[in-house]
Design a protein around this ligand. Sequence first.
Ligand code: ATP
Length: 428
Amino acid sequence: MSETSDEFEHRRYDFTSVNKADYDYVGSDSEEDFSKYLLDRMRQLESRNNLLKEQCDQIESEKRFVESQKLKYEREVRRLQAEIDRLKTVPLVVATIMDVISEEKVLVRSSTGPQFMVNVSQYLNEDSLVPGVKVALNQQTLAIVEVIPTTEDPDVSAMEVLESQDVNYEDIGGLEPQIQELIESVELPLTKPESFERIGITPPKGVLLYGEPGTGKTMLAKAVAHRTDATFIRVVGSELIQKYIGDGAKLVREMFDMARKKSPSIVFIDELDAIASRRLNDTNGADREVQRTLMQLLAEMDGFDNRGDIRIIAATNRLDVLDPAILRPGRFDRIVNVPMPDAEARENIFRIHTRFMSVADDIDYKKLAKLTESASGADLNAIAMEAGMLAVRFDKDSVSMAEFLESVQKVMSKTENKKEVLPEGMFI
Ligand SMILES: Nc1ncnc2c1ncn2[C@@H]1O[C@H](COP(=O)(O)OP(=O)(O)OP(=O)(O)O)[C@@H](O)[C@H]1O
């Protein structure tokens, strides 16, 4: 029940104006009656105070709901932006590998019919290039630039299922404590379960990685999958909700079935907040759908054995909006912060992303790290790529510091702009 501000002002005035003289004015003279009057007044104010507390709780809870809605729309904007960027890129030609002639030369049949002998990008894992695999070719040079992942079950297309990974711990700059944490809570339970049995402790079922976008959370999960030779099953929370309306819970069930079938496996749930945000009781249809998906996830997590060979890693940018149920013991009982890189980590990340580039001797990595204080790992990768593109544009033999400085300016101004439009503490 709400009260207008005029009514409230009036009550306030009522209270502050109570004194003996006023009471005399209303016609009584007894001290006892005056005390009784004050007692009544105090009770009234207490009950009003309780009412206001309830209203405050209600507003708090509405605020949380609005925050999670805001997050949802921001994610939608980001998704649409990525979609626009994707639509602007030049299309790739799809082809199937017919024969592997050498490490660099492969015979393919394009989807339009003709066969070509093509080159292979050095960044591709050569083990994944086998006859029958679908690949994407650059439209002009016809070089293989991407291996198209195949999912075991075409119905389960919401998930990315990768049998082998090419990310190593060495590819990750900084994050040593986080890597150590994942070794203990995910790698060792898969590779040395007997050590845990001997000591008599049960490893955590799930590990939750949280931190700003582009700080390497997905890389960490992929690197653990690589080290353990586990199947990597990735699902994105927001896609589960937006693309598979009505099927979110079913997909969660299928994902765990797939994880059991292909074990050892690592289930990676990206953007966990999209399915596990705290919400109000009177939810609408869409929110009930999210709730069902979350319930299924909790049921699956509760239903499997800690000592088994399935591990769950989830990632979120917003730890604060998560439903506390998800963080209860036996679910995500390890929470790992993945921070933005410090100067040393930034220097390392630059070195990692320029490893295979032809760079000039004048590159001052320390200076680059200093100039990119608010950059994430993904921004640093973008800077290195952009510098490489500049060198190609100017037909240079190697990338020099001048290209790096120009690309730092370009990428950092974009990053700063993005941060300016977001309120404090909110990252998408
Ligand atoms: N610590 C790092 N070391 C090396 N490269 C990094 C690091 N962090 C991010 N990157 C680069 O940024 C890219 C994106 O990183 P990743 O997808 O792991 O971030 P994320 O934290 O999962 O982001 P999001 O929250 O947006 O999903 C990586 O492919 C990599 O090129």
